[in-house]
Design a protein. Sequence first.
Length: 153
Amino acid sequence: MRNLDALMSSVVGTLLPSWRDTIVGNMGGAGFVHLLPHDGHLLQRDLYLCPTSAVGALRRRIVPRLLWQGPGADDLAGADVQRRTAQELARATQTPVDCGHLLVQAMVLHAMLRKCLARGRQYIAYGLLHDLNATCRDVIRTALVPHSRHQAN
């Protein structure tokens, strides 16, 4: 997970760091959204990273396209590896947001909003607009009073 942004930047040319997808449900891993420049537009790429132990359940639930699986994937990970994976996933979800992350979130939500409107999904777009407004509010709060006890995380 720590190398995901560098990998995506070098392989597919993302412009911004990934946005930790807070919309996707917990399926044993972590979701990320990248914006990719293509033909004058920004395309959205959703990635979900999970430990090998969660791949089977993930495949049964959503039928994902597997992009990469590490060596020894058929072997069950030991308790130590599972513990470290759980700690890394917990750390990723507890990382405090800063203005940079919030601005990336705003751009991703804007791209998702445009996509929903183009596809005629007004109700989903309404929810995304609410999320975009809340993100703009959080950018202002974080920029002006970054350590406020009233700061929403």
